[in-house]
Design a protein around this ligand. Structure first.
Ligand code: FAD
Length: 105
């Protein structure tokens, strides 16, 4: 089975890529689906303590689903929360789009 590190790297790739393709101006249905997805994701993520912590993070920091830019910032901050917990450097969230959507120059 994938270990927690490999699972995490793949999962962040998925989450940030999903965010990069989220509509710039999502309708209410799309906003609701993204909220539902993140709630369910935080329950089925196959690393129990990671999932518990992510669920708690979502409870205290409600996902910002009103636009792609807001969701991108939210996801970056959620990832930074885990980075901090693991003693990894903080990522500058001004660069999430270059990293996950447009590519570095
Ligand atoms: P990752 O953290 O996987 O990041 C991959 C790439 O994303 C980086 O190389 C960088 O280019 C980019 N990046 C880094 N930070 C950001 C950011 N803030 N915003 C946008 N892009 C960024 N591991 C544990 O040991 N314990 C846990 O409790 C735990 N909880 C997790 C919870 C979730 C929801 C997820 C998805 C993962 C969790 N992980 C946990 C795994 C952990 O976050 C890392 O994925 C893993 O340690 C591999 O780290 P990495 O250094 O390869 O880079």
């Amino acid at each position: 089975p994938p270990d927690v590190t490999e699972l995490g790297r793949s999962s962040w790739t998925f989450l940030h890529a999903m965010t990069a393709k989220y509509p710039e101006k999502p309708n209410l249905n799309q906003q609701g689906e993204m909220k539902d997805f993140l709630n369910i994701f935080s329950k089925v993520y196959p690393c129990h303590w990671c999932a518990m912590d992510f669920a708690k993070y979502i409870e205290n920091h409600s996902p910002k689903v009103e636009s792609r830019d807001e969701l991108g910032q939210w996801m970056c901050e959620a990832h930074n929360h885990v980075n901090a917990k693991l003693g990894k450097p903080k990522f500058d969230c001004n660069f999430w789009k270059q990293r996950w959507k447009d590519g570095w120059e």
